[in-house]
Design a protein around this ligand. Structure first.
Ligand SMILES: [Zn+2]
Length: 246
């Protein structure tokens, strides 16, 4: 898992203007009483810009597993899910680009237990809605749900919570939120099998004594993503080679 920087001075106009957002929030639900999935329709202008902003933030990778994603394969993930927190559905600071497996199969509508049933809303609708808290990320993530949530990769320092072990293809957890995150995304047989295959590929590359190993690793990352893992395995196998264990 990797930390990404969220550039809040560079927000697309669609989600910067309070007036625009209020318009969205006043027209929040579809006929089935679900929050309108605005980020998945390109009929409204400006949506692609929001998707591109998110992709750009993570260098076109899933914010959780690191897999390469594109406009056509990404999901716009709500860190605090829109079913429970509808008045954060259009808050840019609550959106992450994700692959479909992480968003739909693993995370789903996960809600930290401490904030279940709390009404947390964006400031721009404070005159229109009842609320318990106006959204303030520091307060919500560090005070209201500091124990049972998962890591937010644009907010938390990864190394304080998780450490990747390239020898055994797993994460050592250092905090409660590290544990929750590991359980949700990484401690899965299919992910561990994928890591083992990545490690083998890198091992063959390092073993081959070629002069352009680093370029091959960079090309693999360009193609598939998973930067943290490819670089971790590359460092690991080079060390093994230096110690004559390869
Ligand atoms: Zn993913």
């Amino acid at each position: 898992m990797k930390k990404y920087e969220r550039k809040l001075d560079n927000i697309p106009i669609k989600l910067k203007s309070e007036e625009n957002k209020r318009k969205f929030y006043l027209d929040l639900y579809n006929n089935n009483k679900e929050v309108k999935p605005r980020w998945n329709t390109l009929r409204e202008s400006g949506i692609k810009v929001v998707r591109e902003y998110l992709l750009d933030m993570t260098n076109r990778s899933c914010a959780y597993c690191g897999k390469r994603i594109s406009d056509s394969t990404m999901d716009v993930e709500h860190f605090l899910p829109k079913c429970e927190f509808p008045y954060l559905a259009y808050c840019i600071d609550n959106l992450l680009p994700s692959c479909k497996v992480c968003n739909q199969n693993y995370k789903g509508d996960f809600i930290p237990i401490e904030i279940k049933s709390k009404k947390i809303i964006e400031g721009c609708v404070m005159n229109l809605q009842e609320y318990d808290y106006i959204y303030n990320k520091e307060q919500v993530l560090n005070e209201l749900c500091s124990q049972t949530r998962i890591i937010e990769p644009t907010f938390d320092i990864i190394s304080e919570n998780l450490e990747f072990d390239p020898e055994f293809f797993l994460y050592t957890t250092k905090s409660n939120i590290g544990k929750e995150t590991n359980k949700m995304f990484f401690d899965k047989s299919e992910f561990i099998e994928l890591l083992e295959k990545m490690s083998n590929v890198v091992k063959y590359i390092v073993k081959g004594n070629g002069s352009n190993d680093e370029e091959i690793i960079n090309a693999l990352i360009e193609l598939e993503g998973y930067e943290v893992y490819y670089r971790g395995f590359y460092e690991y196998w080079n060390k093994e080679k230096q110690n004559n264990r390869l």
